[in-house]
Write a protein that binds this ligand. Structure first.
Ligand code: PLP
Length: 230
């Protein structure tokens, strides 16, 4: 098996899982975008995934993402930044990313807005929602989503896309994603165009799709086990 065969087989399995979850939820698979999270894997894998029809690539560290995006510039892919982001990396991220899934504070939104305007680009931003009882792994509390969303919507250079979340460790993802769906619905009443719900990773993509995910972020099930825990 070549790496291309491996990736093709994994991609087929993931697409089947997405289709099955959509069917069970009475949704169309066309409503769910697969974001391939390629962190720790080389640009050559991104290239192979692009060959297999994947257009949306997720990364969680600026330095790694920036290099890979430059290596793959000819492919015209959409780069999704999904990791915690320091304000001083905003300038770099705004140059290659199409979407930032992890906007979790006003200072970051402001830095991204300035950087996007400087780069002459429009950045789509999702508000990362913390579904943990104890904050700590990033994200704003559900009660604070609307005010951050308002700031993003007001900012030149940014476009409010919706919400993103990671299921808390040790909790039933169904319950967590059900809470996220409520947050997303509340956001849509204030911002009808903010329709994206980025939720679901390798182990909980079906639960996320049941509760309305429009974007699933899949790493290991597509690319294999990562060499480092991250
Ligand atoms: C790594 C990562 C993923 C992908 O996780 P897998 O379990 O490998 O599918 C998704 N979202 C974020 C924010 C990540 O950091």
């Amino acid at each position: 098996m070549t790496r291309l065969d491996d990736l093709a087989a994994n991609l087929a399995t993931v697409r089947e899982s997405i289709a099955a979850a959509c069917a069970a939820a009475g949704r169309s698979p066309g409503e769910v975008t697969l974001v391939a999270v390629t962190k720790t894997f080389p640009a050559s894998d991104v290239r192979l995934l692009a060959e297999l029809g994947v257009r949306d690539i997720g990364e969680n560290r600026d330095q790694e993402a920036r290099t890979k995006a430059a290596d793959c510039e000819d492919l015209d892919l959409d780069w999704h930044f999904v990791g915690q982001l320091q304000t001083n990396k905003a300038r770099s991220v705004a140059r290659y990313a199409t979407v930032v899934h992890s906007v979790d504070r006003p200072e970051l939104a402001a830095a991204l807005a300035k950087a996007a305007a400087n780069a002459g680009r429009e950045l789509r931003c999702l508000v990362q929602v913390s579904l943990d009882a104890e904050p700590g792994r990033g994200g704003v509390r559900p009660d604070d989503v609307l005010s951050l969303a308002d700031e993003i919507a007001r900012a030149d250079g940014l476009e409010l896309g919706g919400v993103m979340a990671v299921a808390p460790l040790g909790e039933d993802p169904e319950e967590a994603f059900e809470r996220l769906a409520k947050v997303a619905a509340t956001l849509r009443t204030a911002h009808p165009a903010a329709t994206w719900v980025s939720a679901g990773m390798s182990d909980d993509l079906a639960a996320a799709i049941t509760h309305g995910a429009t974007h699933v972020r899949i790493g290991r099930r597509l690319l294999g086990q990562r060499p480092l825990l991250r």
